[in-house]
Design a protein around this ligand. Structure first.
Ligand code: LAN
Length: 728
């Protein structure tokens, strides 16, 4: 393995300036499972040439020629697709960096460290480069996400990563980071998850961590707070955390960890009464303060339950049952796991239970690299194991809107994309579906791969729509037969909330009062599923399209579903005409979806006062240059926060929204499209602007492919509606 220091192409002059040779990195895409490889020998380099996509992702010169300058919307969309088509990967999907959150690498690095996993030099170097590149120049700290202000969570954890990867404590950048961390109160002022990981590492004692009792998993299903009712990301993180917490497992003290104790803590380790600091948290980390209910429960657990009431047999039962559920999660995802937080946690739980050389640990360690990505700044950890199904579906729809599906030139690309969706439709239910509380998944699509295998309402919908569009175009093959399309519908019909809206992975299973037990502090709205205009719209429009082709299948149920869902969309509109977005930033994103829902039941600018208000909300916020721009503060505050610069992606979202609404006047749209077109580069691409996505209100996440997909769609839709006249 690469722990050898003599890895080829690594220039090791001084610590700070180490860099790998970027011409040696390759992205492998095996049925959507993406891993980056650093080639060591000339032989390998010869046999595996670097692709245009590799070069683009790495920020190397792609050498692509300039295209004929675009004058009309369709020429612009065509140039964009000429560029973007070169980024399609061999299985037919698109990929990209999926960074933003700054709390993911620490889980991985700490897991690698405590399991004594050798880290390839190439990876260690580029992870350090990434963390240094993303250090805030002003105060030397890191935030919850790349654009967020420095926090204890970001700074303590990423500082720790750098030290574990070999950064020198006296490196001026580390000194600066430490100063900022100390100003924020040091690691004891970190949120729950920081304290958890630092206790695993041995920097803190477990008394500093608020309880994560595995016994909760023993509650009968009818109990309103039983974990199966929580949002899937919370319960799947809570699961291995509770197992590890119950074991109070820590890595044996090393000299480095001893140093970290003095670097991360503002007081001498020996003098600290850790239990007293359970609830310490810096204001900047405290997006969602713990409620008095949770504080009371924690108090009872710490002072009564654990010392006096918890019997050895209950502890054992809790650990055994959580271990069973962890194993089921690993089997059902082939060790991919739901996401980048429970992936490393399940790895560590397996290490604790099965020991270092076990099959399960090996499988985990082989799978974790699927979360990693290399770019010009270095190596980062993605928010999922990729964006495969999601971005590929959207690209198909964008190309379709622009009419490119009829052009022989793009057919091979689109057929390849269709082949990918065929390959990635989830073929069957998972093992012990009911016992591990899983939503039905046969026929569904997830966000990334079928291997990960989690149904997502809107990913299933966007996948289904894309397949329907292409398979019903003359000349395209039928790769997915009717039965499988109906399976997707069967899943979608299980996804409606009582309110009529749709959530992300499952319908809502618990009361919103469960938010009182939100212990993570740094996120909002995480405990249960909610209604989302985005997800609801995707499902409504998928059902709507399906009915055009299969009018008889579960006709009444689909009709009832649609009516109730659109009712929810109407109710979710705010008094100012807007909709709040939960997965993209923010009102521009949700408005695009909501207006599409309304359009699909015939509510447009001409016919609906509601739609007119939705349009007016956007028109009132069109910027001087004709574009729209909104910052992530919109998501945090719930109030539209204008960005100093208009943004290509958000401008495209609003253009699509207004076109869905059949807004009659082309002038504001033309102005907006000119912004988009004038920022297009000679080779057809757009450059990265501000971050596009969000989750849990407070954490932002990048969707770099949106700058291709949504402009293509907006340009195409405009040309279809108002004609393809020259705009530049
Ligand atoms: C995602 C990414 C995709 C996203 C959409 C499909 C866009 C959305 O419409 C539904 C929800 C979903 C699937 C989603 C849920 C939460 C995710 C998985 C993420 C935002 C990507 C990363 C995030 C995950 C929770 C990150 C890990 C953090 C924790 C707090 C566990």
């Amino acid at each position: 393995n690469g722990s050898a220091t003599k890895e080829k192409g690594v220039t090791a002059s001084s610590m700070q300036n180490e860099k790998t040779d970027y011409s040696r990195w390759r992205l492998l895409d095996d049925h959507g499972c993406q891993t980056w490889h650093y080639l060591e020998t000339e032989e390998e380099i010869k046999n595996w040439p670097q692709s245009t996509a590799d070069k683009y992702f790495l920020g190397l010169d792609t050498g692509l020629p300039g295209l004929p300058p675009a004058k009309t919307p369709l020429e612009s969309a065509h140039n964009a697709l000429s560029f973007f088509s070169l980024l399609q990967l061999p299985p037919g999907n698109w990929a990209c960096e999926y960074g933003g959150p700054m709390f993911l690498l620490p889980g991985l690095i700490i897991t690698w460290y405590v399991t004594e996993t050798p880290i390839p030099t190439s990876h260690a170097i580029e992870i350090k480069n990434y963390l240094f590149a993303r250090q805030h120049p002003g105060d030397g700290g890191w935030g919850l996400h790349i654009e967020g202000n420095s926090s204890v969570f970001g700074t303590a954890m990423n500082y720790t990563c750098l030290r574990l990867l070999g950064a020198d404590a006296e490196d001026p950048r580390m000194v600066k980071a430490r100063e900022t961390l100390w100003k924020l109160g040091g690691a004891l002022n970190g949120p729950h998850w920081a304290k958890f990981w630092l206790s695993v590492l041995g920097v803190l004692e477990w008394e500093a961590v608020n309880p994560v009792p595995p016994e909760l998993w023993l509650l009968p299903d009818w109990v309103p707070i039983a974990p199966w009712r929580w949002w899937i990301h919370m319960r799947q993180v809570f699961l291995p955390m509770s197992y590890i917490y119950s074991k109070r497992w820590s890595y044996p003290l090393t000299p480095l960890v001893k140093e970290l104790r003095s670097e991360l803590l503002t007081l001498p380790f020996e003098t600290i009464n850790f239990r007293k600091h359970r609830n310490d948290i810096s204001p900047i980390d405290n997006y969602h303060p713990k409620t008095w209910v949770l504080n009371l429960i924690n108090w009872i657990l710490v002072f009564i339950w654990f010392p006096f009431l918890r019997t050895a047999s209950l502890k054992k039962k809790g650990e055994e049952w959580t271990w069973w559920l962890i194993r089921a999660e690993d089997d059902n995802t082939q060790f991919s796991n739901l996401g980048p937080v429970n992936g490393p946690l399940n790895t560590l739980a397996s290490y604790i239970h099965d020991g270092p050389d076990s099959h399960n640990v090996r499988e985990h360690l082989n799978t974790l690299p699927e979360f990693l990505w290399v770019k010009n700044e270095g190596m980062l950890m993605n928010g999922t194991n990729g964006v495969q199904v999601w971005d590929t579906s959207f690209l198909i729809q964008a190309a379709y809107e622009a009419g490119f599906h009829k052009d022989a030139k793009w057919k091979p690309m689109l057929v390849k994309a269709l082949e990918f969706l065929e390959d990635q439709q989830i073929p069957g239910e998972c093992r012990d579906q009911a016992k591990c509380y899983r939503q039905s998944r046969k026929g569904a699509w997830g966000f990334s791969t079928k291997k990960q295998g989690y149904t997502v309402s809107d990913c299933t919908s966007e996948g289904l729509k894309s397949v329907l569009l292409l398979q019903n175009t003359p000349g395209y093959p039928t790769l997915i037969e009717d039965r499988r399309l109906k399976d997707a519908i069967d899943v979608l019909l299980t996804m409606q909330n009582a309110s009529g809206g749709c959530a992300s992975y499952e319908p809502q299973r618990g009361s919103e009062f469960l938010e009182y037990l939100n212990a993570a502090e740094v996120f909002g709205k995480i405990m249960v599923e909610y209604d989302y205009p985005e997800c609801t719209t995707a499902v409504v429009t998928a059902l709507h399209m399906f009915q055009k082709f299969y009018p008889e299948y579960r006709k009444d149920e689909i009709a009832a579903f649609k009516t109730r869902a659109v009712d929810y969309i109407r109710r979710a509109q705010r008094a100012d005409g807007s909709w709040y977005g939960s997965w993209g930033i923010c009102f521009t994103y949700a408005g695009m979806f909501a207006l599409e829902s309304l359009a699909c039941v015939g509510e447009t600018y001409q016919t609906s006062e509601r739609v007119r208000r939705g349009c007016q909300f956007f028109l009132d916020r069109q910027m001087k240059d004709g574009g729209w721009g909104e910052t992530y503060r919109s998501c945090e505050t719930g109030i539209y926060c204008e960005h100093p610069q208009s943004q290509v992606v958000q401008t495209a979202w609003v253009v699509i929204a207004l076109l869905e609404a059949e807004y009659p006047d082309p002038e504001p749209l033309k102005k907006a499209l000119r912004v988009i077109m004038s920022r297009q580069q000679a080779n057809g691409e757009w450059l990265q602007e501000a971050i596009e996505g969000v989750f849990n209100k407070s954490c932002m996440i990048s969707y770099p492919n949106y700058k291709f997909i949504f402009p293509i769609k907006a340009l195409g839709m405009f040309a279809k509606r108002f004609g393809n006249e020259a705009l530049l």
